[in-house]
Design a protein around this ligand. Structure first.
Ligand code: GTP
Ligand code: MG
Length: 230
């Protein structure tokens, strides 16, 4: 059982000022609208309706926080989440590139997302979800470029891999690795960017993503209280 299975809904934020103040690591799922962010979160957390997934693009419209730790099982349990025991947050971001959103609302979201990924200290890494059939759209690149200066890791999931055959998948993965490998800091050191194929439908890539996310969140160590004294 993965620690991510403990996830339960914590809070929703519509402005930077509403972000939770807890100093625990958080990982955010970013990507175009309809790329499969909410579906991936549900699968990783082994819960059907934790994050709202939908056929209608633009479903996730706020920044939703899911806590790990502080509660024993999923959100159907009525007991309170012990906030002092929260170990991490998973964050579902609103998708970008959703054409139907009006100008002002779009600006609001672009600014909120841009600021969130650039200034949020607790954010330890980004999971960038891109449809394996059309990754690295202009807005995905913009997101990468907003985040790259932080020097923090980005793990890309090439989603809906079930829509590609074997050779298309191999090519998509190779191309994505090449693009990500071309990002480097001022001294020429490659940025900590990684990529994998993922299909929520087939559950493929699930274990790889789970291990990576737990590693990035530091969830592979036992909770601080349970650690042996040094
Ligand atoms: N075939 C296939 N469909 C998927 C997969 N993952 C998600 N989908 C479908 O893609 C659609 C969008 O999924 P969501 O998880 O709601 O996408 P999102 O990125 O959260 O979208 P927004 O909330 O609009 O930003 C849904 O109809 C999902 O069932 C997958 O691995 N394979
Ligand atoms: Mg969503």
């Amino acid at each position: 059982m993965s620690a991510l299975w403990q996830a339960r809904f914590f809070t929703t934020a519509n402005r930077l000022a509403d972000l939770p103040k807890y100093q625990v690591p958080e990982i955010a799922f970013a990507g175009r609208s309809n790329a499969g962010k909410s579906t991936a979160i549900n699968l990783l957390c082994n819960q059907k309706k934790l994050a709202f997934a939908s056929k209608t693009p633009g479903r996730t419209q706020h920044i939703n926080f899911f806590s790990i730790g502080g509660a024993h099982v999923g959100q159907h349990r009525k007991d309170e989440t012990r906030v002092d025991e929260i170990r991490a947050f998973m964050v579902d971001l609103p998708g970008y590139g959703y054409a139907e959103v009006s100008g002002t609302a779009k600006d609001h979201w672009q600014q909120l997302l841009g600021h969130y990924v650039q200034i949020r200290e607790q954010l330890v890494a980004l999971v960038l979800i891109m449809d394996a059939r059309r990754p690295f759209t202009e807005l995905d690149i913009e997101m990468l470029e907003w985040f790259a200066p932080t020097g923090k890791p980005v793990h890309c999931l090439l989603s809906k891999a079930d829509k590609l055959n074997r050779s298309e998948s191999t090519n998509a993965l190779r191309l994505a690795s090449t693009i990500l490998g071309s990002y480097a800091d001022e001294s020429g050191t490659p940025l900590p960017f990684s990529v994998q194929l993922f299909s929520a439908l087939k559950r493929s890539g699930l274990e790889e993503a789970d291990i990576k996310i737990r590693e990035l969140l530091g969830l592979n160590q036992p909770p601080a209280a349970a650690q042996e004294p040094a």
